[in-house]
Design a protein around this ligand. Structure first.
Ligand code: HEM
Length: 383
């Protein structure tokens, strides 16, 4: 479970042309300085519904919705309404809730046989229950929306008809949920957004309300669950690091950041952008207007001009300004929430099960290929 070796030579060029599984061509930006700057650059559009934008795979129209304005100023207007719910103060208020959920799941694990599958026992239910609480979604709906979200995120895993069925099903499910909340509001984020929408249609349209609810539900657990699973698996393959954390719990936040920096779940490849005009990079090469562009967080996060000894996993690393949550215009709305959950998950697991270890060698863990996320699909652990 090393950081992929292929990332070592990638930054020899600031811009690398790649051929996607669809056969389309795109440009990968590889260096930290450029990736960071371009995340905040309005010359790169996220309007991927244009026909000229490269597709990751044939028929792939993930996150493509021509009724949504994905760029400023429309995007910034709606984003502003949502980010309010994710301030550091609000997230800290949720920490005891996350601990309560984590402890409940850990109790269940402890009551069972001394072996469990980490994804199902812990990594998925923790962020799912937290996001359900935040959005006001009944946790009993978990099986329904997980199946739909799984299909929604298929890039090449499922046949197109099945993907369509899941996308339509998820949209209908969220429409029904919003209607139910409109009739009976609660003290939750969706009810809050409905109120904004019903008071002033210019601030949030019905379609935007439903689209962002969908984004928050999906982004709110799939990424965090993948990172809890993958990050824990990487950590458990390094007993020395586990023991260092268990000897000093203040290392948890920096360990979580380092696992985020070296994350290998494959999230960045899905966020395609499009150059509206020529853009010059730090080495003088130019991204030509009309090019499809991928900003490689994975490559930026191991840039040796920014991170000392980038291929080593240093859980005490300081100044760890990785780009795993993006930056700038689309900086992850849920970054503070994800960090908090990852800290609770890591500390909870290692405190409750001091001898926690992988029940299968790390390099034999299966990966979920063909979907948006490529975390491990099965992580057997014992204690
Ligand atoms: C480890 C967990 C997570 C990772 C690695 C992650 C990563 C990212 C990244 C890289 C972006 C920027 C994409 C781009 O610029 O194209 C993003 C955006 C976003 N994330 Fe996260 N995320 C995580 C957790 C969460 C959580 C918990 C939530 C919500 C509760 C969330 C909600 C969002 C939303 C709504 C956006 C879109 C923001 C925008 O377009 O302005 N994410 N995330």
């Amino acid at each position: 479970m090393q950081i992929p070796e292929g990332l070592r030579s990638l930054r020899e060029k600031a811009l690398v042309e790649v051929t996607l599984p669809s056969g389309d061509s795109a440009f990968l930006v590889t260096r930290y300085k450029d990736v960071r700057a371009l995340f905040a650059d309005e010359r790169l559009s996220k309007d991927i519904s244009r026909p000229e934008v490269a597709r990751i795979s044939a028929n792939n129209d993930l996150f493509m919705d021509s009724a949504i304005e994905p760029d400023p100023p429309g995007h910034t207007r709606v984003r502003g309404l949502v980010t309010r719910a994710f301030t550091a103060r609000r997230v800290e208020a949720l920490r005891p809730v996350a601990w309560e959920i984590a402890n409940d799941l850990l109790d269940k694990m402890a009551a069972g046989p001394e072996v469990a599958e980490l994804n199902e026992a812990f990594a998925f239910p923790l962020p799912i229950r937290v996001i359900c609480k935040l959005l006001g979604i009944p946790p009993e709906d978990m099986n329904t929306f997980r199946r739909l979200v799984d299909g929604f995120l298929s890039v090449s895993k499922l046949p197109q008809e099945e993907v369509e069925e899941c996308r339509t099903g998820l949209w209908r499910y969220l429409g029904d949920l919003i209607a139910a909340k409109r009739a009976q509001p609660g003290d939750d984020l969706i009810s809050g957004l409905i109120k904004v929408r019903d008071e002033d249609n210019n601030r949030l349209s019905e379609h935007e309300l439903q689209y962002w609810t969908q984004s928050l539900l999906i982004a709110g657990y799939v990424t965090t669950a993948s990172q809890i699973g993958t990050g824990t698996a990487v950590l458990l393959s390094r007993r020395d690091l586990v023991e260092q954390i268990q000897a000093d719990w203040t290392l948890v936040p920096s360990a979580v950041e380092e696992l985020l920096r070296t994350q290998i779940m494959g999230s960045s490849i899905g966020t395609m952008r499009y150059a509206l005009s020529d853009i010059e990079l730090s080495d003088g090469t130019t991204i030509r207007a009309g090019s499809s562009v991928l900003l490689s967080e994975e490559s930026a996060n191991v840039d040796e001009t920014v991170f000392h000894d980038p291929f080593s996993l240093d859980i005490r690393r300081r100044e760890n300004h990785h780009l795993t949550f993006g930056a700038g215009l689309h900086y992850c709305v849920g970054a503070a929430l994800a960090r908090m959950e990852l800290q609770v998950a890591t500390e909870g697991l290692l405190r409750r099960f001091p001898g926690l270890g992988l029940a299968k060698p790390g390099d034999q863990l299966p990966r979920g290929l063909g979907g948006f996320m490529e975390g491990f699909t099965e992580i057997p652990v014992s204690w």
